[in-house]
Design a binder for this molecule. Structure first.
Ligand code: FES
Length: 126
């Protein structure tokens, strides 16, 4: 049986391209081919391996680290994301700009703290 493969282009690595197998997580496929990518848990929970998808489609149903706003902004969790087409990614820490809030540089306002109540789902934001 033929193995389906797709092409991954790394936009912020001089558009380097890699051939990857459709059924395997992108983190695994890219690291095996020598791409140095940050990762932590490897089960979709810690956000360390996040990248930005700028073209193409991935299946990342197993991820639990991203909220809807981050997904809509194009973030993907490479340790569980499997390609469903050719994809273009921005990888590594350069891709993480909008994911984190530095609590020292950008402290939460009192109304933000109320929103962070444990009784509210993380993805209820605007
Ligand atoms: S390594 Fe933790 S979410 Fe991918």
């Amino acid at each position: 049986m033929a193995v389906t493969t797709y092409r991954v282009t790394l936009a912020n690595r001089e558009n380097a391209t890699f051939e990857v197998v459709a059924r395997r997580p992108l983190l695994e496929s890219l690291r095996e081919q020598g791409v140095d990518l940050p990762y932590g848990c490897k089960y979709g929970g810690c956000i360390t391996c996040a990248a930005k998808l700028t073209a193409g489609i991935v299946d990342q149903r197993r991820q639990v680290a991203l909220n809807k706003r981050q997904i809509n902004a194009g973030y993907v969790i490479l340790c569980v994301a499997r390609p469903m087409s050719d994809v273009t990614l921005e990888i590594g820490v350069d891709s993480h700009g909008a994911l984190y809030r530095n609590p020292f540089l950008d402290p939460l306002e009192p109304h933000d703290l109320r929103q962070a109540s444990p009784h509210q789902r993380l993805d209820d934001g605007p």
